[in-house]
Design a protein around this ligand. Structure first.
Ligand code: ZN
Length: 530
């Protein structure tokens, strides 16, 4: 190629640039190929579903920080050594059972396998205790399973519910009704054992081994809901907070070992409840320690300094955690939730850094904020706004939050070109009109406000990270394309992402933030809608 044609080409390229506004030029650097490249990694199995505090999430954090470094974006978190970092380290706390077991004749029984607790039982130090079998544990005017038995300071073993006699009547009352079945029956039995001074109750489950497995899994899931991650340390739990006497449900197999008989003998007793059962005394060891684990995670942020209005900051946020891998070993890759927001932010950071390098940097500063712990209750954004806002909240102009913009929902199957906007009019009417105008001038998508209605039962306004800004009267827009059949399921994969629309919505966020960062006056907070 000769020099003349090179010069001509340069002039031609220059004219092209002049035809476009800088906003358009840099908006167009956001493209499907880059988004696909980023999301293919962020939503890969290698990251294991990016559960908060997991190794996979740390890999995502590393990917984001490497990207920010390469773009020349500024780290603004001062770490403990005084060095500037992209990561705002956060310690989260989680309550749960630590060492828990029962030892019978030197054999260790497995927690949530051979037995499970009724409520949050805490036995921090191993106890050695004698057991006493008390049949069905019934004590009434007509029947007494505790006759001639001393249970004070011991562990009672009793069979659940109440059996019927040969005539089909309940055994203790010889009637058609029983007070001793189900959970009210168990409560009565627990109270009797506690009143007689028993230290523990072991309830023999009548479930067969498959049913017992299911019961274990269900109970584990229910109780783990109380083991949520939290920003603050919890108060110490008192021992066995929920029942009168610490109570465990045990399998027939475990019961037989505790009673020193074969499981067959126990089954015979259950089939013929009026028969006597000869059992051996035994001594068991038990421990069921609850405690707090610390989980280390981080918010990630990169700062792009503005020019003449650099003290005012526009935040663009997304959460980079997801729900991890489930009990069945299935990885929830969270490509849409919120891999889409995570990677949109990578592209936005790139577009702005290119603009700045070309001398078109924004007047206000931009903070790109990837928060952690969203799926655990918006913890990372709460930590940022409530505990350690790196940019003072008064200087924060707005938060544009992206959470799930890569799919379509049922309502929009015939028109992909839409996005739900939530929150845009709640605190600032200006923000709302800017958002509308920018959309018209750029991608011209349908802006769907269905979920912005305070009467909408989904209450999405309160359900992603922008809310922690909104509650501090910082105007927000939440960008969202709705829920779909793979929401919080293993099928939320990169193959199902609609990159064309995803790329356009990312461009809309860019164009909107560009206007907010470059206009002469900071947007005004003039309303407070629910
Ligand atoms: Zn999400």
């Amino acid at each position: 190629m000769n020099k003349i044609s090179l010069l001509f080409l340069a002039l031609w390229a220059n004219t092209l640039c002049l035809a476009q506004s800088p906003r358009q030029t840099f908006q167009e650097t956001i493209n499907e190929e880059d988004l696909r490249k980023h999301l293919t990694y962020i939503a890969s199995d290698e990251l294991g579903g990016r559960d908060t505090g997991s190794e996979g999430q740390k890999k995502a954090a590393e990917y984001i920080t490497n990207h920010l470094s390469a773009l020349g974006i500024t780290p603004i978190v001062r770490d403990q050594m005084g060095k500037m970092s992209f990561q705002q380290k956060i310690e989260l706390y989680k309550n749960g059972w630590k060492e828990s077991y029962v030892v019978i004749n030197g054999k260790k029984k497995v927690f949530f396998n051979d037995y499970f607790p009724v409520g949050m039982i805490n036995i921090p130090v191993e106890k050695e205790i004698e057991t006493v079998f008390v049949g069905y544990g019934i004590q009434s005017e007509t029947s007494n399973d505790y006759l001639n038995k001393s249970v004070k300071g011991k562990a009672v073993i009793l069979i659940e519910n109440e059996p019927k006699n040969k005539a089909g009547k309940y055994l203790s009352s010889n009637s058609d009704n029983s007070d001793w079945i189900g959970s009210p029956g168990l409560k009565k039995k627990q109270k009797i054992a506690a009143d007689l001074g028993a230290d523990f109750v072991f309830v023999v489950s009548l479930a067969d081994s498959d049913q017992f497995k299911t019961l274990n899994a269900e109970r584990k899931a229910v109780l783990s809901r109380f083991n949520r991650l939290a920003i603050e340390k919890s108060k110490p739990e008192s021992p066995s907070v929920t029942s009168a006497v610490p109570t465990f449900i045990i399998s027939k197999n475990m019961a037989a070992e505790m009673l020193g008989i074969s499981q067959k003998k126990l089954e015979e007793k259950i089939a013929n409840p009026e028969n006597k059962l000869k059992t051996k005394k035994s001594t068991i060891k038990i421990k069921s320690e609850r405690g707090e684990d610390t989980i280390e995670t981080a918010n990630i942020m990169g700062f792009l300094e503005g020019t003449d209005k650099k003290d005012e900051v526009v935040i663009i946020s997304a959460h980079y955690d997801h729900v991890g891998t489930d009990d069945k070993g299935r990885i929830h890759n969270g490509a849409d939730d919120d891999g889409s927001g995570t990677c949109a932010l990578l592209e936005l950071a790139e577009a702005y850094s290119k603009a700045k390098a070309a001398g078109n940097g924004p007047r206000r500063s931009i903070l790109f904020l990837w928060v952690t712990g969203e799926e655990k209750g918006l913890l990372g954004s709460k930590y940022y706004t409530d505990i350690n806002p790196i940019i003072r909240l008064e200087k924060t102009v707005c938060d544009l939050n992206i959470d799930m913009i890569g799919r379509i929902d049922k309502k929009h199957e015939s028109n992909q070109n839409y996005v739900y906007l939530i929150g845009s009019d709640k605190l600032s009417s200006e923000l709302h009109s800017i958002s509308e105008n920018v959309n018209k001038e750029t991608i011209n998508f349908e802006l769907d406000y269905e979920f912005n209605d305070p009467k909408d039962p989904n209450r999405f306004y309160y359900r992603s990270d922008h809310y922690n800004f909104a509650k501090n009267k910082i105007p927000v827009i939440f960008y969202f394309t709705g829920v779909h059949e793979d929401y919080h399921k293993p099928g939320d994969d990169v193959e199902k992402i609609l990159f064309t629309k995803y790329s356009k919505i990312t461009q809309l966020v860019f164009a909107t933030s560009w206007e907010l960062a470059n206009r002469s006056e900071r947007i005004i907070v003039d309303s407070n809608k629910p």
